[in-house]
Ligand binder design. Sequence first.
Ligand code: NAD
Length: 489
Amino acid sequence: MTLTEQELLAKVPTKLYIGGKWVAGHADKPISVEDPATAKTLLEIENATAEDGLAALTAADEAQQAWAKTAPRERSEILRRTFELVRARSEEFAMLISMEMGKPLAEARGEVAYGNEFLRWFSEEAVRISGRYGSSPEGTGRMLVTQRPVGPAFAITPWNFPLAMATRKIGPAIAAGCTMVVKPAELTPLTTLLLVANLEEAGLPAGVVNVITTSTSSATSAPIISDPRLRKITFTGSTEVGVRLLEQSAKQVLRTSMELGGNAPFVVFEDADLDAAVAGAMLAKLRNIGQACTAANRFIVHEAVAEEFANRMAEQMSQMPLGRGLDPETKIGPVINQKARENLERLVKTTVSEGAAVITGGNSKDGAGYFFEPTVLMDVKPGSTILGEEIFGPIAPIVRFKTEQEAIDLANDTVYGLVSYAYTQDLKRGLRLVEQLDTGMTGLNTGLVSNAAAPFGGVKQSGLGREGGLEGISEYLETKYVMIPDPNN
Ligand code: NAD
């Protein structure tokens, strides 16, 4: 039975979760969590201070030794049980994600399926942490290599995928035997609180995962990062904040995983299957209302098909109803807040002043909520401001190219390197692109790359490390090598 919105909100914990207890925060004022489709408050929750942050780290530190010794199978089964609980309650999670973040319910269901998969995937990885044993080359010793949990980790997550960004970190940390402090984004903290209630129900011991919600991210996080008990920081968010956290982490030489901003090129060649390219473009641009690190940011289209590609995208985009995520008609939700919307208005204005034409959209929608029309900008000039920034909204700038080399150069002309998309039916060209596009991931004839079984992450200023796949758990493990004399002597 589906809950009403009020019944669902009544189930969401509103306190901090520290050492297995739901506790009040020490800040004077609560955090008011808003619905971006109505600009109204959904729920008020506790607000942590630096003191609360350190209490959470103390709880994580105290739980670390016992958790590292807990059998991998037990860690695995806690994750698996949580996966089953979230699956059984997937509609509740989807509703909550849609309410606090704004995405259409159908997309929120997709996020639940995707995000929950990290719990299942890492429940399977927990029992496969292995090492090796062998002879030293000269035969005089034996070399044993094992892996140990890094130690207490601090996870900071963004607002755009409230469930998936949390499970991508909590899953591997639990599997590896690390304890954690998790700080969700203040704009969308409710899903993480509900997730942790499910982890608790699944039997996660006190102190293994601790959650602090705060409106003072910097002041609450800094003392945790400079505390010698912390061994790892894992962050998903903007490059700007990531750089600041890397600077802070350097003082303690912390292990770091950084999933930062993107500026994905979407390259369409003259030999592409245009139906597939337009479908992929719609997905890569409009998923999450364009607010994804993997969102196609720059459409680089061969001049022979640019006009047709742009018109087809514009036609489809102009027919997508805007509305609140829970409304079944809605295809495009609001952007996250007024600041985000003003940024989109600025980008359209600037790009037009730099010579581009608006062929659909271009405006904010009047009324409550932070709605912005899906927009196609044609004939965007190389070097335009919009091509150098992460758009984070439903705007598709289209640039024309003539030669393959020109397309590759345009695609790589960014400080970011998270994901690229390329559409061509020529296999050799496709492989040349895969080899030359300077990104951690490429979608070849597809607009969607995310998968719990794949190593997600970027190069250049898009980050360090990988989440998911076989690689994901190693971000939470340290290699330990042991030398033993030859047992035959
Ligand atoms: P953000 O960098 O503003 O915030 C991310 C998190 O960091 C939030 O929890 C925020 O409260 C916290 N934070 C901000 N300043 C801080 C500070 N000084 N100290 C400690 N914590 C601080 O990013 P956002 O707006 O929440 O998310 C959007 C960004 O995230 C985009 O750049 C997007 O590309 C990126 N992102 C990347 C990935 C990826 O996997 N590469 C995935 C999703 C989002």
